[in-house]
Design a protein around this ligand. Structure first.
Ligand code: BGC
Length: 367
């Protein structure tokens, strides 16, 4: 079968031939891949950046935002059947820490985890994949055109879920967890797929969402935010300091830019007791200058929290599936518009080309 691979550390992605994986244990599920999204991590891998091949191999099959249809199940599988639509999760536990033992490799304490398509384990940009039932999440048929959004949505779900839990545990005056985001001022920085998917989730929870990016007002990202009732802020026209003058201080910032200098600047918009969650992973090692004392003074004097959040648990994948369905009901096909390009796997190189302002999520089509 065909698969898309990289040689970690070297620029370039290429098509490779692999044996089709087979169901070997009772809890194995074999899936025909239908589509796999491309994100900043994949682009970084294809540019020779962060990635690691499986032990004993020079090559890594990339791809982690997978979606497909079950072709065959092992004898012990009970949750899905042939013909069901599914997504597999990304991270696999280290095997020797408490978090991994309880099924939360997204919170692995040793760092010895692997990630399919990224770190030490082949990924899903292939015609067929096999994995265990415990890593499989069923996706309803109504989401079959956008099932590739389940993984990036799960990343946004985790970041928001953690933020809510942290705020709920420390702020004596907040209402119950379910209503905690209702009416809150939330800045989403970076309207790429993760930022936009976060905006959908936050709007579904009743938040007042401001989305910051550097694209034109009428472009697809800004238009999509507008369609779900968010307010677009063009970062080329509005300075960070002016955001609060116009819109007030933010109760929460959801960061998805991966631009380190901006990540620090945005702190100026955060209000009293505010929470700042970071999901963007800055590339490169270029040093930046920040006003360290001022930042720490502000965090302390305003009771603010900064959280880094990566990856997601299977529970967050299930939340993602539920919210994608809810988004369909609340906003019609707006959620479908997050996917702006679908490229057949043999043209995969187009997917790694420089992104235009009109591009949000590109999918590699298999199956
Ligand atoms: C993926 C996560 C992964 C992270 C770090 C992201 O692009 O969505 O699943 O944990 O990269 O490798």
């Amino acid at each position: 079968m065909k698969a898309i691979a990289v040689n970690p550390g070297k620029p370039g992605a290429f098509l490779t031939d692999r044996d089709e994986p087979r169901v070997q244990s009772p809890d194995d599920i074999r899936v025909q891949v239908l589509g796999v999204g491309i994100c900043g991590t994949d682009r970084e891998e294809a540019a020779g950046g962060r990635s690691k091949s499986p032990p004993g191999s020079q090559e890594l099959v990339i791809g982690h935002e997978m979606f497909g249809m079950v072709q065959e199940t092992g004898t012990a599988v009970t949750q899905v059947r042939t013909g069901d639509y599914v997504a597999f999760t990304v991270r696999r536990g280290c095997g020797h820490c408490g978090a991994c033992a309880m099924g939360r490799p997204d919170m692995c304490t040793t760092g010895d985890y692997t990630e399919r398509g990224i770190w030490g384990r082949d990924g899903y940009q292939a015609e067929v994949v096999v994995d265990k039932e415990q890593y499989c999440v069923r996706v309803p048929e109504e989401l079959k055109d956008i099932g590739m959004l389940v993984e990036p949505t799960s990343v946004a779900e985790k970041a928001i879920d953690e933020s809510v839990l942290v705020q709920k545990s420390r702020l004596p005056y907040v209402p119950d967890t379910a209503g905690i985001l209702t009416g809150r001022n939330i800045l989403v920085a970076g309207l790429g797929p993760i930022g936009l998917l976060a905006a959908f989730i936050l709007r579904l929870r009743g938040a007042q969402v401001y989305g910051l990016d550097v694209v034109d007002q009428g472009s697809p990202r800004a238009a999509l935010l507008d369609r779900i009732g968010g307010t677009y802020i063009d970062g080329r026209k509005v300075r960070v300091n002016d955001i609060t003058t116009v819109h007030g201080r933010m109760d929460m910032i959801f960061e998805a830019t991966g631009v380190a200098s901006l990540e620090f600047n945005l702190l100026d918009t955060l209000g009293q007791n505010g929470l700042y969650v970071l999901t963007g992973i800055p590339g490169g090692d270029r040093p930046i200058q920040v006003q360290g004392a001022q930042i720490i003074r502000q965090l302390v004097l305003n009771n603010q929290v900064m959280i880094g959040s990566v990856n997601a648990s299977t529970a967050h994948y299930r939340m993602a599936v539920d919210d994608l369905s809810r988004a369909r009901k609340a906003y019609g096909t707006a959620i479908d518009k997050v996917i702006t390009r679908r490229i057949p796997y043999d043209n995969f190189n187009d997917a790694f080309m420089r992104q235009t302002d009109d591009e949000i999520k590109t999918i590699i089509r298999w199956g």
